[in-house]
Design a protein around this ligand. Sequence first.
Ligand code: SF4
Length: 87
Amino acid sequence: MDASKFDQEPVTEESLLENGYRKYVGKDVDIYYNKDICAHIGNCVRGNPEIFEVGRRPWIIADNGPAENAVQVVNTCPSGALKYIRK
Ligand code: SF4
């Protein structure tokens, strides 16, 4: 899944925030997460436990890995709960 899009259209920060996503700021990429959509399948924490750590606050630290890897992992989210916007 291309997590930089919603229905084939590039996501915007405005649309994500309006749709209940929270923003986790990074230097090269911002990650957005919607807990109401999350299916708790765990691809994110298995994909990069440095960026995604459920027991931590904030649980997402976008800069805890290369932006390219963050994007790859976000794209494995099957539910659409994770999105990203590159800067
Ligand atoms: S990969 Fe997506 S659906 Fe699965 S736990 Fe992470 S955020 Fe939730």
